[in-house]
Design a binder for this molecule. Structure first.
Ligand SMILES: Cc1ncc(COP(=O)(O)O)c(C=O)c1O
Length: 398
């Protein structure tokens, strides 16, 4: 692992396994196109790789390039700025702006051949105006995807608004509806009917579009947990985020987790490590860190690592989290500070300054995954990944 990573600078880094990423994309492709599941199909289902928010912290450009080479059909980002970054890095695949656009972004969207999601009929008029004004020659109308709110009550038009939307669209000769999608609120929760209700509502929207002779274009609904466990949501394209990066959502009821994980085994892409930069022998009663939140119960060895909450070692892990040193867990003690974190290595007498402390990843046969830490921090794995600091260098390994 870390033998390949050598650099000068503050000893904290992330290792991104492009091999694991590519493996995960291939595993998803196989899973959604396997015979029997999700209905018989003549056409291969497509994959829109969700690489918004700097590819969940992993680095949007290297991740986008690796997935492009492995045949991702589409990319999903949050805003035009992320789309432009991908275009400037040479990505040619279609890019969907999942949360649509804000007035003023239209020109940038058109110039960079990005595909916006539309959530409100008035956005059609804005896009139409920009497309009609655009002086750049194009091969055809500007494509967009329509977002349907099937019950998450966040973004999108409700099925009842479709006739009004169709009416506005009929007046937009420079636009073309290239796709229709919705987002699932609780795809990992199998103790409620919410997803089934969302599926029904989405189906009613598609039926309404059909009755209005409105071609829905490419239809998509499924995020990671739905890709794993709900074949009826796969339609023509799926939108994986979490499973691309090698972790599953927490299914409910929890007994489902092993069986769901076995359906689509994925490999963790990210390891996060820092080195021990100080070691102290402390007397019983010594207090460690800001506000003295930890007191040594006896003679202790306190290691300090070059990682803090500004790097993505989140503060809620104060007195709760753990790291791996020389293949053994060491508890995080005291308050995690901006740049530094202390750990109790009393039980690891061989620990030395310069040793690697693994925050996520495997060391000496011991593993701590991002979901393991998410459980301790009582949050989602994506929350932790997106917290990975800008100043943490990422190394892309095969
Ligand atoms: C519209 C949309 N589709 C797909 C995803 C991917 O979700 P997940 O990471 O659960 O696969 C997201 C992520 O939030 C999203 O916003």
């Amino acid at each position: 692992m870390t033998r390949t990573v050598k650099f000068d600078g503050r000893p904290i880094w992330a290792e991104v396994s492009l091999g694991a990423l590519v493996h995960n994309l291939r595993a998803i492709r196989k899973h959604i196109n396997s015979s029997g599941e999700g209905g018989a199909r003549r056409e291969r289902r497509k994959i829109l790789a969700v690489i918004k928010s700097n590819a969940y912290g992993h680095g949007i450009v290297p991740v986008g390039r690796a997935l492009s080479k492995t045949g991702a059909d589409w990319f999903g980002v949050t805003c035009s700025a992320e789309g432009v970054e991908l275009r400037e890095s040479g990505i040619r695949e279609p890019i969907l702006i999942l949360t649509g656009f804000w007035e003023g972004e239209e020109q940038r969207i058109l110039e960079n051949h990005l595909t916006p999601a539309i959530m409100r009929p008035d956005q059609l008029r804005l896009l139409e105006k920009a497309a009609a004004r655009s002086r750049k020659p194009r091969r055809g109308p500007v494509d967009f995807h329509l977002k349907i709110d099937s019950g998450m009550n966040r973004l999108g038009i409700s099925p009842a608004e479709i006739p009004a939307f169709a009416h506005v669209l009929a007046d937009c000769p420079h636009l073309r509806l290239g796709g229709t999608f919705t987002h699932i609120a609780s795809s990992e929760v199998f103790t409620t009917e919410q997803t089934i209700e969302q599926e029904k509502m989405f189906e009613s929207a598609l039926a309404c579009m059909k009755s209005l002779k409105l071609d829905s274009g490419i239809v998509h609904m499924a995020n990671s947990a739905a890709i794993v466990g709900r074949p009826s949501t796969w339609y023509q394209m799926v939108r994986p985020g979490a499973i691309l990066y090698g972790y599953h959502q927490f299914f409910e009821p929890p007994e489902l987790n092993p069986q769901m994980e076995a359906k689509l085994p994925v490999r963790p892409v990210l390891s996060f490590r820092a080195r021990i930069i100080s070691l102290k022998e402390t007397a019983p009663g010594s207090r460690v860190g800001y506000n003295a939140r930890w007191t040594a119960p006896g003679p202790a060895r306190v290691a300090v690592l070059a990682a803090g909450y500004a790097d993505g070692l989140v503060r809620v892990l104060s007195n709760k989290g753990r790291i791996i040193v020389r293949g053994q867990f060491a508890p995080i003690i005291g308050t995690v500070s901006m740049d530094l974190t202390a750990a109790d290595v009393t039980g690891i007498p061989e620990a030395r300054v310069g040793d690697i402390a693994t925050i996520y990843g495997t060391d000496g046969g011991t593993t701590q995954s991002v979901p393991d830490v998410a459980r301790i921090a009582n949050t989602a794995s994506a929350d932790l990944l997106c917290a990975l600091g800008k100043r943490v260098p990422r190394f892309y390994l095969p």
